[in-house]
Design a protein. Structure first.
Length: 252
């Protein structure tokens, strides 16, 4: 099984790049287990997530454009972290900078999250780009996005979509005990602020996914977060997807 998309970032000469990519595929002994997209080109991999029926059904339903479809491996990592969170006896889920809510919506479908009324999913974003802030605009930022994302989760009553600036908004709306957390803030100060508020609320065994950690374009986040985690005895694992992963240690 393969997952092939043409979404790559930072390419100066796209025709030459894709010609080389196609030549690489043509030179393979076995044209199987290929993942192409999101600045990843791998081959000979199991790509086990392609055989996950619940994940792929939700992915095909909610990943509706080429960029979202290229992010499948990243989404699979987040879904895995969320599934681990469900194994813990308690705790809520957090995603800071949910944007359109695509990843979290997929996770909700995979876990049938609306049925787990003992859990809550907290989603945060500005939804509308503010030029005075250091984060960069996304294509669908705008005045209508917040209401659109709220409607997207209308059938998940235990999901709360909150508009506001992180970390300030976390002092108003945030869980006390966290079983899974996903940070995708594209900004070092905001992510450190979120960690200052929420990290100690993570339960032992909870997974933290840092979406931007391994990307050179967001290296400022890695450089800020590495010493922050080191001071607490942690070291982030950089994944080939560009994400970072950490498992919370300690006792309840």
């Amino acid at each position: 099984m393969n997952h092939l998309t043409g979404v790559f970032f930072g390419i100066a000469d796209q025709p030459a790049f894709f010609k080389g990519l196609q030549q690489s595929i043509n030179s393979l002994m076995y044209v199987d287990g290929i993942y192409s997209g999101d600045n990843l080109f791998t081959f000979g991999r199991n790509l086990s997530f392609l055989g996950d029926e619940a994940l792929m059904t939700a992915f095909r339903k909610h990943a509706t454009n080429q960029i979202e479809q290229a992010l499948l491996w990243r989404i699979a990592v987040v879904a895995w972290g969320a599934m681990n969170g469900m194994r813990l006896a308690e705790g809520d889920f957090v995603e800071c900078a949910c944007y359109k809510g695509t990843t979290a919506r997929i996770v909700c479908d995979v876990l049938d999250f609306a049925q787990h009324t003992d859990r809550h999913y907290y989603l945060y974003d500005l939804f509308d780009h503010d030029p005075s802030l250091p984060h960069h605009a996304m294509p669908e930022h705008g005045k209508e996005l917040y209401a659109w994302v709220q409607q997207r989760f209308a059938d998940v009553p235990n999901a709360t979509v909150t508009q506001g600036r992180v970390p300030e908004v976390l002092h108003e709306v945030a869980p006390q005990r966290i079983a899974f957390m996903h940070l995708d803030l594209n900004n070092a100060a905001a992510e450190l602020g979120a960690l200052e508020v929420l990290f100690e609320r993570m339960l032992p065994g909870a997974i933290l996914i840092l979406d931007d950690y391994g990307w050179q374009g967001y290296r400022a986040q890695k450089e800020a977060e590495d010493p922050w985690f080191a001071a607490r005895g942690y070291r982030v694992l950089e994944l080939p997807t560009g994400q970072g992963m950490l498992i919370k240690q300690g006792t309840s």
